[in-house]
Design a protein around this ligand. Structure first.
Ligand code: ADP
Ligand code: MG
Length: 587
């Protein structure tokens, strides 16, 4: 009579799989959890078609005997939790005992495993939740799990899987997160038979940051180090005035657990943005420790969220850590000199074809320009555009650079302040805008090597065609680095490393295939390539910028619409001095 039945395991597992396994990246995550829980020193991940065809994780951990290897696929089979009390102080990454059962319910899984001291290993094959075979196998110590045909029996899910490149990006993010959280383990990632990255085990977390993000970025990061009796925050954050990072550049680990918790991410972002950040996301690698009994990691089947008993105290800890690290960097209004800029752009001023002139000079003859508040603008002096360094031009005289931010220009009846960054940015943009299909490019006499990290190196070499349209020619150069052979016309050699480090986020910010997208790309790239506020400019560069400004089509605002030039009329200055102005004389 009863209409209620207990669901068979096959059904239960498939339902659970819906929660735990959303995409190939979830499989990667669960299998890495297991490898690390098994004490692996080395984790190898192989994907095919973004993981849609195959996710394989190999570890050199403790392995399982034949009995456990079969049990591992049973729901709620775990070696990690025995009692309810255990749940309140979980030390391992896994504890729910449902990952393998869930994965096996919706895929074709082969597990091969052998404890180091056993002579023989075991091979277990499970298809769609049904045990197909258990056989002895001569395998290396440790465990290999191969997951094929994910969601083979869940067409609705399979349909929602994204293109292999997108699934790969998700999986890559997972592996990188683990790599950053466990610098003392080796991580090796392959995709479609090609090596994506190899991060050998290192002693210091900062060395892993260097492997993942490249030396230049790692060097610019600010250390976080706050320890209280209650908890601690240790790690690195990018300077608030540094270039933009993507949301996935925020890595937060709680007691060694890789999480993606909204509250924590938001807390870090807010604390960081108070220091005048103009970018939405920092690059952040933060290890948070907090008493396990004062929080709950068993909030969601994917274990990516945490619930704190006293979130206010966690927030306070995080903000204090950020305050201590960033206090010294309280920004001067509006802008701050790029941290470490002088170090990072320490390349010789001219490495490119522009051997002596660091900034490419405009080739068009100078012409009159008007400012919104401009009074009389004298006509341009004939032939003056040919002068090598026209510090004086068309009734204007370049006096110098002020506060490493502004060019100071005298006119007969006014003083002009030009924003050095915006002038250069606008000039590059206007030059590039004239070439709607592909930017003019400039070969470098000496190629410039840039360490960008393994993942970005792979990304950049994989996007060679788009980059070429934008005027870049990059070649792979050893692990995690590229050499720059050619740059978009006008990019100064000493800006090249910084721009290359931003190329991925530039490329990802807009699509070059639409007119608006192309325009956005040019704007962003011009902004990154331009000289920065806070940079001391050589007399040559000042002159070149002054000249550039005079040939701009729109000399008042930058591509983003910000004011580029300020004119202070002499009459205003007299007024400020309390003098009255009458015709020829001042009294
Ligand atoms: P959980 O990790 O939550 O315990 P899983 O379904 O992920 O649940 O794994 C079940 C059990 O299988 C684990 O508790 C562990 O004992 C064993 N196991 C899984 N993967 C491995 C591995 N790579 N090496 C050794 N043991 C493993
Ligand atoms: Mg597990």
């Amino acid at each position: 009579m009863g209409r209620i039945v207990i669901l068979p395991d096959v059904v239960v597992n498939r339902i659970a799989a819906g929660e735990v396994i959303q995409r190939p990246a979830s499989v990667v995550k669960e299998l890495i959890d297991n490898a690390l829980d098994a004490g692996a020193r080395r984790v190898e991940v192989r994907l095919e078609k973004g993981g849609r065809r195959l996710v394989m994780v190999r570890d050199d951990g403790c392995g399982m005997d034949a009995e456990d290897a079969v049990l591992a696929f049973e729901r709620h089979a775990t070696s990690k939790v025995r009692t309810v009390e255990d749940l309140t102080a979980i030390q391992t990454l896994g504890f729910r005992g449902e990952a393998l059962a869930s994965i096996a319910a919706v895929a074709h899984v082969v597990l091969e495993t052998r404890p180091p001291d056993a002579e023989m290993g075991t091979r277990v094959e499970v298809v769609g939740g049904r045990l197909r075979s258990v056989t002895p196998a001569a395998v290396a110590p440790g465990t290999v799990v191969q997951v094929r045909a994910l969601f083979m029996n869940v067409p609705a899910r399979r349909k929602f899987l994204a293109a292999p490149s997108v699934e790969l990006a998700h999986a890559l993010e997972v592996v990188q997160n683990y790599a950053l959280a466990y610098p003392d383990r080796t991580f090796h990632l392959w995709h479609d038979g090609r090596e994506v990255f190899l991060y050998p085990a290192v002693a210091e977390a900062v060395e892993r940051v260097r492997q993942v993000y490249g030396a230049e970025v790692a060097r610019s990061l600010i250390p976080l180090a706050l320890e209280t009796p209650e908890g601690s925050v240790v790690g690195w954050v990018s300077p608030p005035d540094a270039g933009g990072f993507r949301a996935d550049g925020m890595h937060v680990f709680v007691n060694g657990r890789v999480v993606r918790d909204r509250f924590l991410l938001q807390t870090f972002r807010e604390g960081w943005q108070r220091y005048g950040a103009r970018r939405p996301y920092p690059l952040l690698v933060a290890f948070l420790t907090w008493p396990p009994e004062a929080m709950d990691v068993n909030v969601h089947p994917t274990k990516m969220e945490v619930r704190f008993r006293e979130p206010g105290r966690v927030q306070e800890l995080i903000w204090t850590a950020l305050d201590q690290a960033l206090q010294a960097r309280r920004p001067v209004p509006q802008w701050a000199p790029p941290a470490g800029a002088s170090r990072r752009v320490a390349l010789p001023e001219a490495v490119g074809t522009e051997d002596r002139t660091p900034l490419l000079r405009p080739s068009v003859s100078s012409r009159p320009v008007g400012l919104p508040s401009a009074g009389r603008v004298p006509p341009p002096g004939a032939g003056e555009s040919e002068a090598p360094a026209p510090v004086r031009s068309a009734g204007r005289e370049l006096i110098g650079q002020w506060a490493r931010c502004y060019l100071v220009v005298l006119e007969a009846e006014a003083i002009l302040l030009l924003d050095q960054h915006l002038v250069h940015e606008r000039y590059l943009y206007e030059q590039w805008m004239a070439s709607p299909q592909a930017l003019p490019t400039q070969a470098l006499l000496l190629p410039i090597p840039v360490e960008v990290g393994m993942a970005d190196a792979a990304f950049l070499t994989g996007h060679a065609a788009e980059l070429r349209r934008l005027g870049w020619q990059l070649e792979p150069f050893g692990p995690g680095a590229v050499t720059v052979q050619a740059v978009p016309l006008g990019v100064p050699a000493d800006r090249v490393p910084e721009v290359v480090l931003q190329l991925r986020s530039i490329l990802e910010s807009a699509s070059p295939d639409s007119v608006a997208g192309w325009d956005d790309l040019l704007k962003t790239m011009a902004c990154k390539a331009a000289v920065k506020m806070g940079m001391e400019l050589s007399p040559d560069r000042r002159a070149a910028l002054f000249e550039m400004w005079q040939v701009l089509k729109v000399p008042q605002v930058c591509p983003h619409g910000r004011r580029m030039a300020l004119r202070i009329p002499l009459t205003r200055v007299h007024h400020l001095f309390g003098r009255t102005w009458s015709g020829e004389s001042v009294s």
